[in-house]
Design a protein around this ligand. Structure first.
Ligand SMILES: C[S@@+](CC[C@H](N)C(=O)[O-])C[C@H]1O[C@@H](n2cnc3c(N)ncnc32)[C@H](O)[C@@H]1O
Length: 220
């Protein structure tokens, strides 16, 4: 017998890919996003949280971290044309009118410098992060990588978020999320969990909203 794999063999991986495709095709939020010309179903998560928490207001400056393919930025500039958005992602993003895009790794200082070159000392009113790091499948590695991302977000906020500003971050239940929640408790006055209906009920994803900086965490 040759060592070659039969292409149609039902391995757990291609079974889960197939399940993902089926779920995606039948997902009402995917259909709704396509119907409204949005780049991602994630817009409905932001929409629901925004309606509940009034995140977006006329004239504010927003950082959209992990922005590609651009659904959240698109939602903001479509519904609030006078909001200024700086979006950032590792991947390329199709341009959007009213959005300044930076391609780079958010955990690298050189990427943050590029953001600061754009803001020229102005601070953000709102930082939103939908960052989902690539998963290796090795729990400790993934956890450690996500901790670096979350620390980078908090460090960025210490330096670039207005003291009365707000921070919305996607988390995945687990060690890194627990640590993050402990840190935000020290750093922000108010913290709340959000699980919008477009976030799949069985998933570990949740959103964490923090408001008003009360203390710093890092040595600057
Ligand atoms: C779920 S997607 C964001 C979807 C987006 N909110 C939308 O509505 O279209 C997560 C993004 O995080 C980005 N990402 C992951 N790690 C990153 C990092 N270290 N720096 C910047 N972006 C990162 C990925 O490239 C991916 O595009």
């Amino acid at each position: 017998m040759s060592g070659k794999r039969r292409p149609n063999k039902k391995t757990p991986k291609n079974k889960s890919n197939r399940e993902w495709v089926n779920r995606h095709i039948n997902d009402p939020f995917v259909k709704k996003a396509q119907g409204q010309g949005y780049r991602s179903r994630a817009v409905f998560k932001l929409d629901e949280i925004n309606k509940q928490d009034k995140l977006l207001k006329k004239g504010i400056l927003v950082a959209d971290l992990g922005s590609a393919p651009g659904g959240w930025s698109q939602y903001i500039v479509r519904n609030y044309p006078d909001i200024e958005v700086i979006a950032l992602d590792l991947l390329e993003m199709e341009p959007l009118q009213g959005v300044e895009f930076i391609q780079g790794d958010f955990t690298e200082a050189s990427t943050i410098e590029r953001v600061m070159n754009l803001t020229q000392g102005r601070k953000f009113d709102l930082v939103i992060s939908d960052i989902a790091p690539n998963i290796t499948g090795v729990k400790d590695v993934d956890n450690a990588r996500f901790e670096v991302v979350l620390d980078s977000i908090l460090y960025f906020c210490e330096q670039n978020l207005k003291s009365e500003g707000r921070l919305l971050v996607k988390l995945f239940e687990g060690g890194a999320a627990q640590r993050y929640r402990g840190q935000t408790k020290k750093m922000f006055q108010k913290n709340a969990v959000r699980k919008p209906s477009a976030s799949r009920p069985g998933s570990k994803e949740l959103y964490f909203l923090s408001t008003t900086i009360k203390a710093t965490l890092f040595d600057n």
